[in-house]
Ligand binder design. Structure first.
Ligand code: SF4
Length: 244
């Protein structure tokens, strides 16, 4: 006969499985690889965002990537192409990577939310920020990507990704560029989303914002070009911040 304790545990488990995050987690294959994850995410319906989007836009990059960049969500171009960071913000990121000597082959790019959230404005698809429950619903996919990749550095691009991975109290404006203790990777940090640089009001401030973005990327380049692949630090899951 089941005790009251075990019944409440079962009820809790049921609630968890029926939650949006539980629904996404239930789709994660038992022995995940990036290819298997991307394929499983195609059929995700754990939150309403799939309804308006063209397709799931999963992360992309080398399975041996040392750095994972996490943005907010795919944009209009990404939604059509089915690939992350191929639009204007992706071009800003590429420019920054070139400036600090990080190769694309060292990088994996993904988003906190895998479907494009938008609302119609005339005949345009206007980007709409995903809400907390949509971000929470999608989080199992991001955690699964990080678990497979085991990168040296995770870089959150913008507040949505930073708060999803580092907590709601994290403020990109105040804490950008800082290395944060996290079980996700040896080095976890955040900077602005490249799209915010494009939204700067004039050329002077855009130039200043790009300069600061490149400074943040320089810290990351310094880390990954000093930590050899397969080093003990990379395998150690109790990450501290004794670097830099
Ligand atoms: S946004 Fe994420 S959780 Fe929501 S349907 Fe798409 S893949 Fe699933």
């Amino acid at each position: 006969m089941k005790t009251r304790f075990s019944q409440s545990r079962i009820a809790r488990k049921r609630r968890r499985l029926n939650s949006p995050a539980g629904l996404a987690a239930s789709l994660i294959p038992p022995r995940p690889t990036l290819t298997r994850l991307a394929s499983a995410a195609k059929s995700c319906r754990a939150c309403p965002l799939w309804r308006r989007a063209t397709q799931t836009v999963f992360g992309e990059g080398s399975p041996a990537a040392k750095v994972v960049f996490v943005g907010e969500q795919p944009g209009f171009e990404e939604d059509l192409a089915g690939k992350p960071f191929v639009g204007p913000a992706g071009k800003v990121l590429d420019k920054g990577l070139i400036a600090v000597g990080i190769e694309r082959s060292e990088v994996y790019v993904t988003n906190a939310v895998k479907h494009f959230k938008w609302e119609p404005k005339g005949n345009q698809h206007m980007h709409k920020k995903p809400n907390a429950s949509e971000v929470a619903a999608c989080l199992p996919w991001l955690h699964a990507e990080l678990k497979v990749l085991r990168p040296t550095v995770v870089v959150c691009l913008g507040a949505t990704a930073a708060q999803a991975l580092l907590g709601k109290q994290f403020r990109v404006t105040k804490q950008r560029g800082q290395l944060m203790p996290s079980p996700l990777a040896p080095y976890v940090t955040a900077t602005v989303h490249p799209a915010s640089i494009l939204r700067a009001p004039d050329d002077v401030s855009r130039h200043q914002e790009m300069k600061r973005f490149i400074e943040d990327l320089q810290t990351i380049a310094k880390i990954i070009h000093s930590v050899p692949l397969g080093s003990d630090k990379r395998r150690d899951r109790s990450y501290g911040h004794d670097y830099l």
